[in-house]
Design a protein around this ligand. Structure first.
Ligand SMILES: CC(C)(COP(=O)(O)OP(=O)(O)OC[C@H]1O[C@@H](n2cnc3c(N)ncnc32)[C@H](O)[C@@H]1OP(=O)(O)O)[C@@H](O)C(=O)NCCC(=O)NCCS
Length: 172
């Protein structure tokens, strides 16, 4: 596999990030979600993977609200997209691992949640959020997962987790 470079997107290259999500998901909704989250100021971390000068993957974390015990430092991972020719080569995993390291080192965020395939996200330490007393509004069940980003990061928060308003326009 080509050597991957991880970095934040530059302001002059929004199209490359949009193109990753449009190709990964086969629709424009996730690319539009990225735009709306940025515009609303709800994005907290973006990281992309570049291979041989090409943007091949992108992940975003945005603010979520927790019903009880919210301190404004809980994040939702979404969207995560990898260009189809680059899928299943470890790029998505490497990008998620690097982004979680960035968040842990920054030390601001207490936890991250994600709605996705449990078999995929378990490898990064995500576990069903219900174990921490958290649930989503989409009926995600075990697909809704949480990860503490610092010791005790999941302590003291319970109840419904609401993603940023930009997610309201995302179809199922
Ligand atoms: C899902 C996605 C981000 C994974 O990234 P990736 O670079 O292809 O995955 P990796 O190479 O890091 O990991 C591959 C592993 O994940 C598994 N995997 C990949 N995509 C998966 C999926 N959609 N569901 C479940 N498992 C998946 C593979 O079986 C493989 O498992 P293994 O390591 O045990 O063999 C990427 O395939 C993608 O962009 N898909 C389309 C968009 C999407 O569905 N995004 C998910 C948002 S939650």
């Amino acid at each position: 596999m080509a050597r991957l470079l991880f970095r934040a997107p530059r302001p002059d290259e929004p199209d490359a990030v949009q193109a990753v999500h449009e190709a990964a998901f086969g629709r424009t909704d996730e690319a539009a979600l990225v735009r709306r989250l940025r515009q609303a100021g709800d994005s907290r971390l973006e990281l992309l993977a570049e291979a041989d000068g090409e943007v091949v993957a992108h992940v975003m974390y945005s603010l979520v609200r927790i019903e009880h015990g919210d301190d404004g430092h809980a994040l939702g991972l979404a969207p995560l997209g990898v260009l189809p020719p680059w899928q299943r080569h470890g790029v998505g995993s490497a990008l998620v691992r690097r982004s979680l390291d960035v968040l842990r080192q920054a030390g601001t965020a207490r936890l991250a949640v994600v709605l996705g395939d449990p078999a995929y996200y378990a490898r990064f330490g995500f576990a069903p959020a219900a174990q921490a007393g958290l649930h989503d509004v989409y009926g995600g069940g075990d697909a809704f997962m949480a990860l503490a980003l610092r010791p005790g990061g999941l302590d003291g928060c319970r109840g419904r987790v609401d993603y940023a308003p930009a997610f309201d326009q995302l179809p199922e």
